[in-house]
Design a protein around this ligand. Structure first.
Ligand SMILES: Nc1nc2c(ncn2[C@@H]2O[C@H](COP(=O)(O)OP(=O)(O)OP(=O)(O)O)[C@@H](O)[C@H]2O)c(=O)[nH]1
Length: 308
């Protein structure tokens, strides 16, 4: 199997400190001599933050749209292009403040190459002052910030210099009830301990051995590779039996009754099948909260056991 590439999705509302954080992460990575690439997304037509990325690093700037919705396919092709670099260790994606992290994760895990990026992590920054004054925000913005917090693997409560210790403590308490599993740290100017974000990845690696570590991560991804065709009716029975914590599925399937391959998409309970014109590996990606990966894996293996 080809080398896994680490992916860090930097999420957080406008001005929360994503670029400030990215600059430090890249300094660390350069010090460690690792090869990284950066993907930056701006809603407008021009580059604003690209100076934060040293000239020596590959940088893809995706303008004039949001990679979580209007220009999803640009992100997908950018990620596919990055796979050509055999030396690459990690990709940092700075999202726009308006991005929904699950939508970005969903794009990063395109079934064409999901097995290479399956350790993707969401790191969310929260501006504590903005959170304290959230009553002044629209319902939609409040909802988006909550989603960014809720789906984080690592949560950075930034700009703590702007509030008192007791105000920060009460926000921490509130946030931990919203996102009890994320590794949470308090920062000013996004100063995080060296390489701490890379430890988040290690936690999942240990998932398979240490049951207690599972509790730390709530949003999970799982990539299954089908090696044969399956029975459509049985597949649909399996879909109907899925728990609500499976948010997204997408992947390639082949069925006993046809020689075609289908791209299957499932979002908020609605399935969609599209005939795929070319032959592709049958990668099947699931994204959800607290997924019981062992059970899902054995159910998918079982689907392959039926031969007609
Ligand atoms: N006081 C204070 N200012 C901070 C802190 N972190 C970042 N800033 C400042 O906040 C502003 C926004 O920081 P950025 O890192 O550009 O935030 P961003 O999330 O990349 O912003 P967008 O790209 O607009 O979404 C900059 O002027 C930073 O210097 C902090 O902890 N405390």
């Amino acid at each position: 199997m080809s080398k896994q590439i680490e992916v860090y999705i930097l999420s957080g509302f406008l001005g929360s400190g994503k670029t400030t954080l990215l600059t430090q992460m890249l300094e660390q990575e350069q010090k460690n001599g690792r090869k990284v690439a950066v993907v930056m997304n701006e809603l407008g037509k021009v580059s604003i933050d690209s100076d934060a990325v040293p000239d020596s690093l590959p940088l893809a700037e995706l303008f004039d749209g949001c990679i979580c919705c209007t220009i999803q396919e640009k992100l997908e092709s950018t990620m596919q292009g990055l796979l050509m670099d055999k030396e690459l260790d990690a990709v940092y994606i700075e999202t726009t403040g308006a991005a929904h992290p699950i939508e970005v994760l969903d794009t990063v895990l395109s079934p064409i190459f999901a097995d290479r990026f399956s350790s993707a992590r969401i790191i969310t920054l929260l501006d504590v002052l903005r959170w304290k004054e959230k009553d002044g925000l629209s319902i939609q913005v409040k909802q988006l910030i909550r989603e960014q917090v809720r789906h984080a693997d690592m949560l950075i409560l930034n700009k703590t210099d702007l509030l008192s210790e007791s105000e920060v403590a009460s926000i921490l308490y509130e946030i931990q009830s919203l996102s009890p599993y994320a590794q949470t740290i308090l920062t000013s100017f996004a100063k995080i301990p060296e390489d701490s974000w890379r430890q988040v990845k290690k936690l999942e690696k240990e998932n398979h051995q240490a049951a207690h570590v599972n509790d730390k991560l709530h949003l999970k991804t799982f990539v299954h590779r089908f090696t044969s065709s399956i029975n459509l009716d049985q597949f649909e029975d399996w879909l109907r039996s899925l728990p609500d914590n499976v948010y997204r599925i997408k992947g390639y399937l082949s069925f006993h009754h046809t020689s075609s391959i289908y791209l299957f998409q499932y979002s908020y309970g609605t399935p969609l099948y599209l005939k795929e014109p070319v032959k592709v590996p049958l990668n099947f990606v699931l994204i959800g909260e607290n997924l019981d990966i062992e059970t899902l894996s054995s159910q998918l293996n079982e689907l392959e056991q039926t031969k007609s």
